[in-house]
Design a protein around this ligand. Structure first.
Ligand code: ZN
Length: 412
């Protein structure tokens, strides 16, 4: 056992640990993302369909898993999510805790998928073997991932139990060709059947070899994308018993400790919000110090009424004075996605056209004010945004049916 492994093993016995990597579950609707997440983690993340019915905001689903390996067995069978080996029964050792981020595959939810892409260190692209590859969202999700700079992926060729051997082989060839088109070479393609739990060990082995834990930059200042925010008080709680607002999200860089003062940007009404971290929680307990990986929640001393109903979603929590001032004016170099799957992309971007721009996890509407030269546009956003030079953003355009991922941009 290495020093690091010993440390993890010790920590996992004694206290709650934080996930260290975020793995996106991406792909077309009904290809099995949510059931595959369940097959790996034992948890359902699918709150989306219910949320659609109720017409409320759509969240990303998170589910954590501990990956273990048997020290006495060889090959993929040695991998699993149990602290006992399924082959020889010996005690396994913990590799790491990972967090799965389940992105909605429905076409109307592309904005949620795009904001989720910013959080993913790697992804499992779920492709059903019984449909022609690629389906529209298969392609759109891979492109979104590419825009956010995520290169490490594993393909789960799912539903292989529903096709013949010959069909599975042909489908695999189609998948390889599709991946190559977007510059993804040497991607492991693992045949799976989520409801049967088929090849989950192989999939875990491929994840361990392909999607590494991002290294922690020592002097980087805290930057957390806020995905959720809520008021934990029951209605009618006495003022003196009220607990402060909670913000949840993923830390992209730096660390946060209980007692730290943080800033929420762009904040409210054009003003940053300053608050203190009173406690830090992950799904299964509390921790004193948080770093990148998984979903973490800070309880703060903010007035709970201002964080209700995910009102802080898309904002950034950071170390004080570490981010540029929020702005409504940004200049972008816009590169249309080559041909791609939507007709909208064949027409030029027009002055006064309304675009949807995804910066980090924030989706904002922006009006095209001026074309400065070829591919360089000045846009005015409806709400203030935090834009750092060199940030890569996803740009969606509207056609008759809704928003379509159409281009990517770089903040100048
Ligand atoms: Zn074993």
């Amino acid at each position: 056992m290495s020093k690091k492994e010993k440390k993890i093993a010790k920590e996992s016995q004694n206290k709650t640990i934080q996930a260290e990597v975020n793995i996106g579950m991406i792909g077309h609707v009904d290809h099995g993302k949510t059931s595959l997440t369940y097959a790996i983690t034992g948890k359902w993340t699918d709150t989306h369909s219910e949320e659609i019915k109720r017409g409320i905001s759509i969240r990303l689903g998170y589910a954590d898993a501990y990956f273990y390996k048997c020290p006495n067995c060889q090959g993929p069978e040695a991998y699993g999510t149990s602290n006992k080996c399924k082959i020889c029964g010996s005690e396994t050792r913990l590799l790491r805790k990972v967090s799965f981020v389940d992105a909605p595959g429905h076409e109307t939810l592309i904005a949620t998928m795009l904001s989720g892409a910013a959080l993913m260190h790697g992804a499992i692209l779920v492709i059903a073997a019984n449909e022609k590859c690629p389906q529209p969202r298969t392609e759109e999700h891979l492109v979104a991932l590419n825009i956010s700079g995520t290169k490490n992926i594993v393909v789960a060729q799912n539903k292989v139990d529903l096709v013949s051997r010959e069909e599975a082989i042909q489908n695999k060839k189609d998948i390889e060709e599709f991946l190559k088109k977007y510059g993804y070479d040497n991607v492991p393609i693992i045949p799976t059947a989520a409801p049967l739990g088929l090849n989950i060990d192989l999939l875990i082995e491929a994840i361990e070899n392909t999607i590494k834990t991002p290294s922690l930059k020592k002097d980087a200042k805290l930057k957390m994308y806020i995905a959720r925010s809520f008021d934990i008080n029951k209605p009618g709680t006495n003022i003196e018993d009220l607990k402060g607002g909670v913000i949840g999200g993923s830390i992209m860089q730096g660390e946060a400790s209980v007692g730290d003062t943080i800033e929420i940007t762009p904040g409210l009404n054009g003003k940053k919000i300053v608050t203190k971290i009173k406690s830090i929680a992950v799904a299964d307990g509390t921790i004193d110090k948080a770093r990148p990986g998984g979903l973490v929640a800070f309880s703060t001393d903010l007035d709970p009424s201002i964080v209700r109903n995910d009102s802080m979603r898309g904002q950034i929590a950071s170390a004080q004075n570490s981010l540029p001032e929020p702005t409504n004016n940004i200049t972008l170099e816009i590169k249309p996605l080559p041909r791609f799957i939507y007709k909208i992309n064949e027409s030029e971007i027009k002055i006064k056209e309304i675009l949807m721009i995804t910066i980090g996890t924030a989706n904002v509407l922006a009006s095209v004010a001026k074309q400065e030269k070829k591919d360089i546009y000045h846009v005015i956003t409806k709400n203030p945004v935090v834009a750092e030079k060199g940030d890569r953003v996803a740009i969606s355009r509207k056609d008759e049916t809704g928003w379509r991922l159409a281009a990517y941009g770089v903040v100048l």
